[in-house]
Design a protein around this ligand. Sequence first.
Ligand code: PGA
Length: 258
Amino acid sequence: MNKSTRKAIIAGNWKMNKTRREAKELLEAIKPLVANAEGNVEVIACVPFTNLETAINTTAGSNVKVGAENVHFEKSGAFTGEISADMLVELGVEYVVIGHSERRQYFGETDETVNKRLLSAIGSGLKAILCVGETLEQREQGITEEVIAMQTKIALQGTCEKCIKNVVIAYEPVWAIGTGKVATPEQAQDVCAFIRKTIAGLFNQEVADGITIQYGGSMNAKNCAELLAKPDIDGGLIGGASLKAEDFNTIVQAAVNG
Ligand code: PGA
């Protein structure tokens, strides 16, 4: 299947950045720049919980969608400090990042909890951006594919052919996140193609051909065009470069043209 028939998605992952006032300013700056991407490239801002309402109000009527950066897997109950999928849906949130390596690294996230969060998110009507990626040590040990296959298969356990349409996969090598050390376009392409193959094995070729697979990890205004030109890279999950309207827009435009 030709890449152009898949949905291209550029998503910003703001992490723990921006006050509400700053969030409004950044989104007001992004909106007009990316308006031309409508109908061609999906543009998403994944923002801290405290900025969700501001982001939804600021982007209303525009083509910028809003995502959260995490979600709890239970519907409700004694889980102090957590936010459920239904709470996000009620706010008007459309996407949620699940299994980001920073959550795995610092907050005890495992493949099993990633799976629970993913099922809860899509069960409530959210679209999930599922992050997978190997550490530098794993790459050097030659087990990148094993790690990616395991993370992908466990995360998607219990999903069905229909609901997988609400899942986007982001390949984010841990060693490339926030380090300025981007994967080469070939490295990124190889793993994204491998993820697609894994999806074909889990479901079928049609599902694999239809799923959007992003690359993330030090993607920026300079290196984005080469990465996005690769046949299995359908978009990007952008950290640092999503905090500057011009840089984020350059990446969106590279996807529009790519
Ligand atoms: P980065 O982050 O672009 O700052 O490397 C990417 C991510 O963590 O999603």
